[in-house]
Design a protein around this ligand. Sequence first.
Ligand code: SAH
Ligand code: SF4
Ligand code: F3S
Length: 466
Amino acid sequence: MAERKPVLITPEQLAQQRHFAALVSVMENRPRSYHVVTYGCQMNAHDSEKLSGMLADMGMDEAPTREDADFVIFNTCCVRDNAERRALGNVTWLKEVRKKNPNLIIAVCGCMIQQPGMAERILKQYKFIDLAFGTSNLWKLPELLHRTLNSDRAVVVVEDEDTIAEDLPLRRLRTDAAYITIMYGCDNFCSYCIVPYVRGRERSRDPEAILAEARALYESGVKEIMLLGQNVNSYGKGLENGMNFPELLRQLDAIGIPRIRFMTSHPKDLSDELIAVLGEAKHILPQFHLPVQHGNDEVLRRMNRRYTREQYLDKVRKLRAAVPGIGLTTDIIVGFPGETEEQFEETLSIVEEVGYDSAFTFIYSPRTGTVAAGMEDQIPEDVATDRIKRLIAVQEAGQRKAMARFLGTEEEVLVEGLSRRSDKAVSGHGRHGVSITFPGTEADIGQIVRVRVTEMKNNTLMAERI
Ligand code: SAH
Ligand code: SF4
Ligand code: F3S
């Protein structure tokens, strides 16, 4: 693949967008309310906060549901086929809503739209869509909406550029915890994965911009930040100032925000320097999401993961030595093309060996344009379904064992909301990343509370206040 340079969106370009936003905000036929529907990962959730920010700047209020909104935008994911189908199903359903609200504007953006040829398909098959744009054009929403309102035809814009846009308007979902993107895109090209094709080449944000954002959040009282990137470990690649992820973490740790998390880490780029920082830092939480994907070396090789089972296990040992009790979580794929029963059993055994606090398990889904989609010996659905069931059983047993280490220990929970089971209890995540429920009221939401773990219930720990 040819070298591509990141495209930095200039302050002048952003000023132009603010100008478009001002134009839209006084148009007679402008939508008065918006609703953003988000699919996919945290990166998309954070992009949706930017979409909301731009829409609020255009004088629109957030509508509680999509049925109440004049402008509905779907921020889509295409990492697996079911993610894509769900999004398209919901967009189609809105066609019915339009019959009641003829002014409804339907927009679709995100990873699904960034796929080659998708924009044309959208135009042909889904004639009721008014606006579609890819991940690289997100910052242009004011201009694109302005164009949509002035046109009888659908506006479709997908550019193949690796943009970085700083200082976009932002409407954060939470006031106690915040996302900060540190890098965009991915260069790893795991053979099953579409993300590098729809998020572009890897590029890192300027560390000063990241630190300034973190300091502002600290001053506003934010208790937790989550650093985002498809491969945060390789942060800094291509930057001129020699900054890398461990050094960025050190500087963020010094600000004083009580809780710092990050995702996702690629095992091949998890360095000893990073492990050392985790051991020394004050505010970086003792948790680590380390996707293993598979337990067999031959499958890992064909997945283009560039580590072996033994190398992965070695990193796990080092993490546990540096941060005793660290909460480990992972992603696993079953049914990769050519996966034999014996190879699959090595996934079961690595899950047993590590003992994860939780795992996201997926059936392999062929993605057009990726290397694995062209591999022979795709695994039949019934075999894959059987394997994922067995994997989940092994993972759940391991999880129960792993969670037992928390019984009787003290934890600090950032309270996220009332418990789903009782309005006299609240829940949130402990420092190790596990969900914890304990007696409390609405007044606790957004606070960090010390508790003692008393009991284990399914995926949740029950606790009492100290
Ligand atoms: N950059 C992150 C997240 C990528 S997407 C990482 O490297 O881990 C999140 C997860 O989706 C991946 O970890 C992988 O387990 C899963 N995934 C990606 N492509 C997939 C596919 N084609 N079929 C099934 N699962 C997939
Ligand atoms: Fe996809 Fe691999 Fe990049 Fe993760 S590291 S986004 S799985 S290509
Ligand atoms: Fe999906 Fe795009 Fe994230 S494909 S998983 S929303 S990067």
